[in-house]
Design a protein around this ligand. Structure first.
Ligand code: HSE
Length: 307
């Protein structure tokens, strides 16, 4: 039996202006998975710890993603998957994406890498489709490629890995309430005005340019969402107070992480990111809600093997 153990990272999708197209990979938050090649054909989920999730392969995001990979691989092989969840479901930091991405990355390694990172994104997107009803790639792409990624196009799929400015640090506040991605997607309007679209694509261009040229001020100015955040923020208690507190302590920008309820703040340097964490701690303590705070550098590698 050939076995591999991997770290499957959490991710922050959207990054304010880039709904369904931008995302980045975290370094200190993620799941662990143990994946094995076995002699008995078929995909089996043999263990899940840390969360209550389906053991049935067809109902489990990791199982579905690996089945998509094996369908393309075209050979009847056996895979066993153990999942050790650390990222809570419905947290907005890519819990389902970590499982799908970790599983397909590990299987690709065990098979001596027959597939490209972009193909792995396509397989992992099947897991996202199962989890939220929508095959978005803005969590699985950064989980697999690391760093910051842009989905330039879904049809055909075209994923671009962007530059990661070395001083960027994320602070993530995770209120312990579950917001299902499917529910959070249902509050979004399906049409936008030309005025909103102009603002939003200006910011997407600005953010991509800021990342590529390591212009921290431009990154900050571009972390603005005039389309989705106004609709979704009502699902997150004290969102505005958190955002104001983070910006007041020097964060470059602050917004909803993926479909929420987590809130991210991006800062230049670990000192500012820690100050932001402190102020969010104070701000959120007043709500009486349980919450976690993570401070993480950007993980430029994505899923990786661990001992
Ligand atoms: N782009 C997706 C959304 C990410 O905002 O619904 C889900 O984590």
């Amino acid at each position: 039996m050939k076995t591999i153990k991997v770290f499957a990272p959490a991710t922050v999708a959207n990054l304010s202006c880039g709904f369904d197209v931008l995302g980045c990979c975290l370094d200190t938050v993620g799941d662990e998975m143990v994946i094995s090649l076995t002699s008995e054909a078929g995909v089996k989920i043999t263990k899940i710890e840390g969360a209550i999730l389906p053991m049935d392969t067809h109902k489990n995001v990791a199982g579905v993603a690996v089945e998509a990979l094996l369908k393309k691989y075209g050979k009847d092989i056996g895979i066993e998957i153990e999942i050790y969840k650390k990222i809570k479901a419905g947290s907005g930091i890519g819990s389902s994406a970590a499982s799908s991405a970790g599983a397909v990355w590990a299987v690709n390694q065990l098979l001596n890498q027959p597939f490209s990172p972009q193909e792995l994104v396509e397989f992992a997107m099947e897991g996202e489709k199962l989890a939220s009803g929508n095959a978005h790639a803005d969590n699985v792409a950064p989980a697999l490629l690391g760093g910051f990624t842009l989905v330039r196009s879904y049809d055909p799929l075209d994923i671009i890995k962007l530059n990661t400015p070395k001083d960027l640090v994320m602070t993530v506040l995770h209120p312990q309430i579950e917001v299902k991605t499917s529910d959070s997607r249902s509050v979004i309007k399906h049409t936008v005005s030309l005025k909103q679209a102009i603002q939003q694509w200006g910011n997407v261009g600005g953010l991509v340019a800021g990342l590529c040229t390591e212009d921290y001020s431009l990154i900050g100015r571009s972390l603005e969402d005039v389309i989705i955040e106004p609709l979704r923020s009502i699902l997150i208690p004290e969102f505005t107070a958190v955002k104001e507190a983070a910006i007041a302590k020097g964060a470059l920008g602050c917004g909803i992480s993926g479909s929420g309820p987590s809130i991210f703040a991006l800062s230049k340097g670990i000192e500012t990111a820690n100050l932001v964490a402190e102020t969010l701690q104070k701000t959120y303590s007043k709500t009486g809600l349980e919450f976690d705070i993570h401070v993480s550098k950007i993980n430029n590698q994505g899923v990786k093997t661990i001992d």
